[in-house]
Design a protein around this ligand. Structure first.
Ligand code: ACO
Length: 441
C-alpha cells in the first residue's frame, strides 16, 4: 500500500471541542504537518458553533499551508525546502537559494545557468525610474523611497500583470528579484549625491550589488571577496522566514489579486517597523546610545523596567526561544569581515560582545529565553562594509524579496485560494440612538 493510500485508509484525526454551558460537542478535523505542530481546521467553526477563534497576534493561528520554510523555534532550527540554513549558507549561493525557494528543488546545472541568466538580464530599470528618484528629498529614508519605487514598477509592466497567467507571474518575479538590488543601490547613491551606477552582467548577483553601491565612474572598483562572501551569507540568511509580519502582509495583499509589485511594496512597508526589519538599524543606534561598556547595566535595567518602553534591540524573537540559527552563522562572519576590513578593534563590536555576554547570563533574559537574533550581528557587519544604518532595512528587503515572491507564488498556485479576511471580536457600543449635532453635549 502506498503512503497516500495508507493515509487515506487511516481514520481521520479529529479534535473535540466542548461548550461547557450547553454540553454540546463538535469534532474538528486535524490537519497534519510534515514536522512541527498539526493544525485544527476551524474553517467551519463560525458556521457550526457561532463562535470565532480569538488570537490577536496570530500566535496560535496557521493562515496557510506552505512547503517553503520550516522553523523549530525551541530547537533554534531553520530549513528551506528541507535543507538546513547551515548547509545552504556554507555550500550554496544566493542564486541557488532563490531558485530553491521559488521552484522547490536545488537547480541542476542547466537550470541554474538559465535562471542566473534571467536574473542577470533583468537588472536594469527603465530610464524613467530615474525621475522617480529625483522627486524625493536627498535626506528621505531609503525605505520610504523603496516603498514608492517598488510599487511604482507596476506602472511599467502593464503587459504582464495578469496574476492568473503563469508566464506573467514568472516574468514579474524575475523582474522583482533582479531589479530590487538596482533600486536599493540607487537609493544609496541618491542619498550620498553620487551618480547611479548601471548594473554589470559580468559580475555575480552580490558583486554587482556591491559595485552599484560603492563604485564611482571616475575609477575602477575592486570587489573584496571576503565582503562579497559575507554579504552573500546575509542575503541567504534573510531570504525567507515563513509567515512573519511582512510575508503575511504580502500574502494578504496578494489574496486580493493585487499585482506582485504592489504586494512586494506592501511587504517593504511592513518590514520597515523596528520590531521587524528595522531592528538592525535600531541595534546600531542603541549601541551608539549605550556608548561604553560601563553603561550596559543602566540599559539592562531599563530593558527590564515595565514602565520604560526601551527594549534591548537585537534580542528576542517571536518564534526562536533558543539561539537564532542565523545569528550563530553571522557571529563567526562578523569577526572575519571586521578583520579583513581592518576594523578589528571596532569599539561598537566590543560593546556588542560584552552586551551579549552579560545579557545571556542575566536571569531576566535567561528566563524569558531572549537570545540575540540575526539583526544583532548583521547591523555590525553592514556598518563595517560601509553601509549607513538607514540602508540596513533596505538590504533586508532586497534579500527577502525572493521569499515574499515564493510565498506569493505558492499562494496564487493554491487551487482554493480565497481573499484573506480576519474576523474581529467587537467590543464597541452595541447600538445607540443618533443625536443631532446641535443637541450633543
Ligand atoms: N528587551 C527586553 N525585554 C524583552 C525583549 C527585549 N528585546 N523582548 C522581549 N522582552 C520581554 C517582554 O517584555 C516580555 O516580558 P514579560 O513576560 O515580563 O511581559 C517577554 O520578554 C516576552 O516577550 P514578548 O513581547 O511576548 O515577545 P514577542 O514574541 O511578542 O516579541 C520581539 C518578539 C518583537 C522580536 C521582541 O523580542 C522585541 O521587540 N525585540 C527587540 C526588537 C528586535 O530585535 N526585533 C527583531 C526581530 S527578528 C527579525 O525581525 C528579523
Amino acid at each position: 500500500m502506498t503512503a497516500e493510500k495508507k493515509a487515506a485508509a487511516a481514520p481521520a484525526k479529529t479534535f473535540t471541542l466542548k461548550d461547557d454551558q450547553s454540553g454540546k460537542e463538535w469534532k474538528l478535523p486535524v490537519v497534519d504537518g510534515t514536522v512541527g505542530p498539526n493544525g485544527i481546521d476551524v474553517r467551519k467553526l463560525l458556521a457550526e458553533t457561532g463562535h470565532i477563534t480569538f488570537d490577536p497576534s496570530f500566535n496560535s493561528t496557521g493562515a496557510c499551508k506552505s512547503k517553503i520554510t520550516f522553523i523549530d523555534g525551541d530547537a533554534g532550527k531553520l530549513m528551506h525546502r528541507g535543507y538546513s540554513i547551515e548547509d545552504l549558507t556554507q555550500k550554496s549561493n544566493f542564486i541557488e537559494v532563490m531558485y530553491l525557494l521559488l521552484y522547490g528543488d536545488l537547480p541542476n546545472k542547466p537550470d541554474y545557468e538559465e535562471f542566473k541568466r534571467h536574473i542577470t538580464y533583468h537588472t536594469m530599470v527603465h530610464e524613467q525610474v530615474h525621475f522617480f528618484f529625483r522627486g524625493f528629498r536627498r535626506d528621505a529614508h531609503p525605505m520610504a523611497i523603496m516603498c514608492g519605487v517598488v510599487g511604482g514598477l507596476s506602472a511599467f509592466y502593464h503587459d504582464s500583470l495578469d496574476i492568473n497567467n503563469p508566464q506573467h507571474r514568472e516574468i514579474s518575479i524575475h523582474r522583482l528579484i533582479a531589479k530590487i538590488p538596482t533600486l536599493a543601490a540607487m537609493t544609496f547613491k541618491y542619498a550620498i549625491g553620487q551618480p547611479f551606477m548601471y548594473p554589470r552582467n559580468d559580475l555575480s548577483f552580490v558583486e554587482n550589488f556591491l559595485y552599484m553601491c560603492f563604485a564611482v565612474p571616475a575609477e575602477p572598483y575592486k570587489i573584496n571577496p571576503v565582503v562579497a562572501k559575507a554579504l552573500e551569507k546575509i542575503f541567504i540568511l534573510h531570504a525567507d522566514h515563513e509567515q512573519n509580519a511582512s510575508t503575511s502582509t504580502v500574502r494578504l495583499a496578494g489574496s486580493t489579486g493585487a499585482n506582485p509589485f504592489a504586494c512586494i511594496a506592501s511587504g517593504i512597508t511592513s518590514l520597515w517597523g523596528p520590531a521587524h526589519g528595522g531592528a538592525n538599524q535600531e541595534v546600531l543606534e542603541m549601541l551608539h546610545e549605550i556608548g561604553h561598556k560601563d553603561r550596559i547595566p543602566e540599559f539592562l535595567a531599563r530593558a527590564k523596567d515595565k514602565n520604560d518602553p526601551f527594549k534591548l534591540m537585537g534580542f528576542g524573537h517571536r518564534i526562536y526561544k533558543n539561539y537564532d540559527p542565523r545569528a550563530a552563522v553571522l557571529k563567526a562572519d562578523c569577526h572575519a569581515v571586521l578583520e579583513e576590513l581592518g576594523v578589528k578593534n571596532e569599539p561598537l563590536l566590543d560593546l556588542a560582545m560584552e552586551l551579549e555576554k552579560i545579557a545571556l547570563s542575566d536571569p531576566y533574559f535567561v528566563e524569558r529565553k531572549l537570545f540575540p537574533n540575526v539583526d544583532f550581528y548583521s547591523g555590525i557587519i553592514l556598518k563595517a562594509m560601509g553601509f549607513p544604518t538607514s540602508m540596513f532595512t533596505v538590504l533586508f528587503a532586497l534579500a527577502r524579496t525572493v521569499g515574499w515572491c515564493a510565498q506569493w507564488k505558492e499562494m496564487i498556485e493554491e487551487p482554493d485560494m480565497r481573499i484573506g479576511r480576519p474576523r474581529q471580536l467587537y467590543i464597541g457600543a452595541a447600538g445607540r440612538p443618533y443625536v443631532a449635532l446641535d443637541k450633543r453635549k
